[in-house]
Design a protein around this ligand. Structure first.
Ligand code: Q9C
Ligand code: ZN
Length: 343
């Protein structure tokens, strides 16, 4: 299996985030991809290629152009206003009750275009976001060209990003952009299977009123964990999208492989009856038992089986990297999914 990866993705390195009210170092760090790359090379999974540079047209079909423009320009604007700081973090928000008006001030815009405080901006953030998107689109082209599978090693991740808001370490929604590219090149039905520990609220919201993308997510019950406001089982889509959104929330304290697998079976059956032409897997590895910010109990061997079960769909499959913060085992767990898939 070929991997698409660009070193430019290392240019984003958040400094700090707030966890349980305390300021800590960012969990979403460049070391994550180093671990995955090391393991990919060790196990000789396949070539690791740098993607070409794509235009922003497809991104602007799933995101608003003003949001994409904001992402490109926010760092220089912030830096000009606050030259002695090392990162921009949103901290005032267009919360309920306030007029949804986009202000001129960079500090106000950070909140306007954010869901939470975890999407920090440093000088290299845009380069990394753009390179991650390029990996997603290069992977899409590879599958469209006839490959059975591909791994888009995207970082920063994407599945929390909505049409016009960043959050949960996500800026551009890499999986959604790939899905749109398949549709624009003639596919009619795409499934996005999101196995990250957290609900893929961004992907859900982008395709919520559409029937050309079936979105399925297995995740921590939003009543118990981030992203808190989305991910319930009764969110099934709206209008033409009704019935094309499947949330499978799982209890945070007793989800091990056997419980996880039951939900996965439901999701795989739904993909089959939908008749998807391509599956995009939003591949988060934060379901791992040792993940520092999550509570599921999956073990490293379970990821081999996860890959095997996805392969059972017998569909062209694009893996798009999302979360996973137990850096020590992240390479092993990621490559286990890919090897399990390849057989
Ligand atoms: N108490 C991804 O995995 N903070 N994003 C959670 C938990 C945000 C995770 C705090 C976690 C975002 C792509
Ligand atoms: Zn996650």
């Amino acid at each position: 299996m070929i991997t698409f990866y660009s070193e430019r993705q290392l240019e984003h390195c958040g400094v700090t985030e707030v966890l349980s009210g305390e300021v800590v170092s960012s969990f979403e760090c460049p070391e994550r991809v180093d671990q995955v790359l090391n393991r990919l090379r060790e196990r000789s999974l396949g070539d690791i290629l740098a993607p070409e540079s794509f235009s922003l047209d497809t991104a602007c079909r799933v995101h608003t152009p003003d949001y994409v423009e904001f992402l490109q320009t926010v760092w220089p604007r912030w830096h000009q206003m606050y030259p002695d700081t090392t990162q921009a973090i949103p901290y005032c928000f267009a919360v309920r009750g306030l007029a949804p008006r986009c202000p001129d001030h960079v500090e106000g815009q950070l909140g306007y275009y954010s869901l939470d405080m975890t999407a920090s901006i440093v000088p290299g953030t845009w380069n990394a976001i753009k390179a991650a998107m390029d990996c997603a689109l290069a992977g899409q082209q590879h599958i469209a060209g006839g490959a059975r599978s591909v791994f888009s090693l995207c970082r920063p991740p994407g599945h929390h990003a909505t049409a016009d808001q960043m959050g949960g370490y996500c800026y551009l929604n890499n999986a959604a952009i790939a899905a749109q590219a398949y549709l624009d090149s003639g596919c009619k039905k795409i499934a996005i299977l999101d196995v990250d520990y957290h609900h893929g609220n961004g992907t859900q919201s982008i395709f919520y009123d559409r029937d050309d993308v079936l979105f399925l997510s297995l995740h921590a019950d939003p009543a118990q964990d981030y992203p808190h406001y989305w991910g319930y089982a009764d969110e099934t889509g709206v209008g033409p999208g009704e019935g094309f959104n499947l949330n499978l929330p799982l209890p945070i304290n007793r989800t091990d492989w056997s419980l996880y697998r039951q939900a996965l079976d439901k999701a795989l059956a739904a993909i089959q009856s939908y008749g998807a032409e391509v599956v995009i897997v939003s591949l988060g590895l934060d379901t791992f038992e040792q993940d520092p910010i999550s509570f599921f109990k999956l073990k490293s061997d379970n990821y081999l089986e996860l890959g095997q079960l996805i392969a059972g769909l017998n569909l062209p499959t694009q893996f798009v990297f999302e979360g996973g913060y137990a850096t020590g085992a992240l390479g092993l767990n990621t490559v286990n999914v890919l090897e399990g898939f390849s057989g």
